[in-house]
Design a binder for this molecule. Structure first.
Ligand code: SAM
Length: 289
């Protein structure tokens, strides 16, 4: 006997807004409830209609779609709100994963909620929870850092503001920035145990883990695919940072064309610690090799 999926609809004149998670790669990860919802609503608001049409075609769903991508989100949200107020049930989806998580969706969710519309989550995949589920961390308290700023200076500044959090930190990153981003993480967070996940749920799924100083060497410039990575939390407090100094200096020392002076300036500025302390340790590492 097939399981009964409880209907959440109650008597109301307005429509319901369904926030529907879709697969982050493997189409088999769509839920039965997501499929039923996408079939039954009047219209589906999509981040990119071409992308969502492929998903709908695969599952033989013929519901009309409309785009509500980021630049148009405020305007399109009003249009969709009017439809909800006139009684239409609407679903929103993003290209992959859960809408409104580093994706469009929050504007419609907010204004629909404010207008008294029922907002129903249809949960499913998200790269955050998928990554966390295979990290094997005993303590799964985490901070989700989204996409770090693309410019290195702002990125390091952002990292500094969260570098003392005692919980794991999860980031999304694009393939053309993953390598430089991990290097900046090493500079600011120190040599933390790290997990880098590529192409989760897809054919070329890959899981790397180890000290960040090792992973920066394994992740090439401009690799292919989608990335999410997790840095484990700071051990005690910001005063832990100097403990990571040896690993950091070793990594700097191995970089081509890196001078002792450049390494000291960069580390002292990024970690906000005294140059003389960094210099003393740097001298030992440079003299050893
Ligand atoms: N809303 C989505 C979610 O719930 O995960 C995230 C959307 S965000 C625009 C896209 C980013 O999520 C990608 O750049 C990548 O960092 C991460 N991501 C999405 N799918 C992934 C996958 N299959 N493997 C690894 N990372 C993924």
């Amino acid at each position: 006997m097939s399981p009964q999926i409880p209907k959440q609809k109650i008597e109301q004149t307005e429509g319901t807004l369904y926030v529907v998670a879709t697969p982050i790669g493997n189409l088999g990860d769509i839920t039965a409830r997501a499929l039923r919802t996408l079939r039954e609503v009047k219209i589906i608001g999509c981040e990119d209609t071409r992308h969502t049409r492929k998903l709908l075609t695969h599952f033989d769903i013929h519901t009309p779609v409309t785009s509500y991508y980021r630049e148009k989100e405020a305007h399109k949200a009003k249009f969709l709100l009017e439809k909800l107020l006139s009684g239409d049930d609407i679903a929103i989806v993003s290209d992959a994963g859960t809408p409104a998580i580093s994706d469009p969706g929050h504007v419609l969710v907010r204004i629909a909620g404010e207008a008294g519309i029922k907002v129903v989550p249809i949960p499913g995949p998200s790269a955050i929870t998928t990554a966390l589920s295979i990290a094997g961390l005993e303590d799964t308290t985490f901070f989700f850092g989204g996409f770090p700023p693309s410019k290195p200076k702002q990125r390091r500044k952002y990292f500094k503001t969260i570098s003392t959090l005692p919980c794991s930190v999860i980031f999304y990153e694009s393939p053309h920035r993953i390598s430089s981003c991990l290097k900046d993480c090493l500079t600011v967070f120190g040599d933390r145990h790290t997990f880098v996940f590529r192409e989760l749920t897809k054919i070329h799924e890959e899981r790397l883990s180890g000290p960040l100083s090792q992973l920066v060497d394994k992740v090439k410039e401009n690799p292919r695919g989608e990335f999410v990575f997790i840095l484990t939390g700071a051990k005690k407090s910001a005063t832990d940072k100097p403990e990571d100094l040896d690993a950091l200096l070793t990594w700097y020392h191995e970089q081509p064309d890196m001078t002792l002076k450049k390494a000291v300036s960069s580390i002292a500025a990024d970690l906000d610690i005294s140059r003389s302390m960094v210099y003393k340790k740097a001298l030992m590492i440079w003299n050893q090799n």
